[in-house]
Design a protein around this ligand. Structure first.
Ligand code: NAD
Length: 415
């Protein structure tokens, strides 16, 4: 294999080049684990700078610092956060392995190019979301960051306190926060808003979430809809019917109108985000209120959201920032690197890259191999799109990924 010299497996960590991306794929701690098992790690100069990791720390962990991207890409296994852009793709050695957030279902051109270059590509956002794979689940780790940060952004923008205060200057009533979508990001948002002292309500289409919401000290918003078919066997939300959606919008409108902050995180894997908060609902909210729409990248849960921007609509700040994990690069990188380390433990045996392609985690995560697209759902999407080019959205990847300074979570090719 190219990039593999003297028998030692070589791993390259290039500096991320997507605008605003501050995370790094491996931190010195994870590098140390690799080098101590005989793997040769090359890190591009400055790769860890934006997440607080100096070149010297990587050197102390046994890595070699290389001066440019070309040398970092010249490895048997290249590990990144973001998907490669055209110039990075050109630097990937034919026949090498790439591990990154590829969002293959919406980057079909890239997937085809990786297959054409005979790259074995693993997409971190495709890790099956099973109990066994939990320690490698970047969608969860990065959504945790996004949910937390969304609340801090809202608190910073809200012209009010979050907690209740009793002071000599009078009493302050606590802020009211509504969280829509109580998956990983939503639950973290609830916990964070509660820690800041807000009164929190939350809603999710999956009724099993009610108990988790209540255990965090929030009130579950009950919406009288048929919930018998809102969840897949794997525990994920299904798209709801038009009638259910209408009812959800109607009830949520009343709750949103009484809230100071609305954090929306509702997503259905592989689909556009459900539109839960209408323009009219935003107009019913008090001026100065804040909405943070974590579903901005996949179309938004809020009608007036603009991806990557904050818009002021009728006095309400609607924040559609993308890639929130990148705004907390220290812990986001630490968690991402740990997820990668756990995946590598499955792929590297006795210092050699030797994945078991029949393993369900490996199988679910490999997108291209042996010159072909092997990931079932991506293959299907390619077939629907009519084969090769022109199928990609060419836009941001996300989730946890995101190419812009901001993105958070987008539908992943689970399965
Ligand atoms: P996600 O980002 O795909 O969706 C966020 C939330 O939006 C989900 O809770 C979903 O139910 C909700 N939603 C969808 N449509 C909605 C609607 N119309 N109205 C209101 N809410 C709506 O999900 P996620 O946070 O990545 O994961 C969801 C769940 O999957 C987790 O809470 C967990 O139970 C499970 N999970 C399991 C594992 C594992 O076992 N390894 C890993 C990750 C997640």
């Amino acid at each position: 294999m190219e990039g593999q010299t003297g028998g030692a497996l070589s791993v390259g960590v290039p500096r991320e080049t997507a605008p605003g991306e501050r995370r790094v794929a491996l931190i010195p701690d994870t590098v140390k684990k690799l080098t101590s098992s005989g793997v040769q790690v090359k890190v591009e100069r400055g790769a860890g700078e934006a997440s607080g990791h100096a070149d010297e720390a990587y050197q102390a962990a046994g890595a070699t610092i290389v001066p440019d991207a070309q040398q970092a890409f010249d490895a048997a296994v290249v590990i990144k956060v973001q998907k490669p852009d055209a110039s990075e793709l050109a630097l990937l050695p034919r026949g090498s392995t790439l591990i990154a957030l590829l969002q293959p279902m919406t980057n079909l051109d890239l997937v085809q190019q990786l297959a054409d270059k005979n790259i074995t590509a693993f997409s971190m956002d495709a890790i099956p979301r099973t109990t066994r794979a939990q320690s490698m689940d970047v969608l969860s780790s990065q959504a945790t960051v996004a949910g937390y940060k969304a609340v801090l952004m809202a608190a910073d923008t809200l012209p009010k306190f979050f907690p209740m205060l009793t002071t000599a200057a009078g009493s302050i009533t606590p802020a009211k926060v509504l969280v829509v979508g109580a998956g990983v990001a939503g639950l973290q948002a609830i916990a964070t808003a509660r820690r800041l002292g807000a009164v929190v309500e939350a809603y999710d289409t999956r009724p099993v979430v009610k108990e988790q919401v209540e255990s965090l000290g929030a009130k579950f918003v009950d919406i009288p809809v048929d919930t018998s078919d809102t969840q897949t066997a794997g525990g994920y939300a299904k798209e709801v019917s038009a009638e259910t959606l209408r009812k959800q919008q109607e009830v949520l409108a009343d709750h949103a109108a009484k809230s100071d902050v609305v954090i929306t995180t509702a997503a259905v894997p592989g689909r556009a985000a459900p539109r839960l908060i209408s323009k009219e609902t935003v107009e019913r909210m008090r001026p100065g209120s804040v909405i943070v729409d974590l579903a901005a990248e996949t179309g938004g849960n809020v009608e007036v959201t603009r991806a990557g921007e904050t818009v002021l609509h009728d006095g309400v700040a609607v924040m559609g920032q993308l890639n929130l994990p990148s705004t907390m690069p220290v812990h986001a990188s630490q968690m991402y690197a740990k997820n990668i380390q756990n995946l590598l433990a499955l792929l590297i045996k006795d210092g050699a890259f030797a994945p078991d392609y029949e393993d369900e985690i490996v199988k679910g995560t490999v997108i291209t191999r042996g010159g072909e697209v092997v990931h079932e759902m991506t293959k299907q999407r390619l077939a629907e799109a009519g084969g090769k080019a022109g199928a990609s959205n060419g836009g941001t990847s996300s989730a946890s990924a995101g190419t812009t300074p901001q993105s958070t979570a987008a539908p992943a090719p689970r399965g």
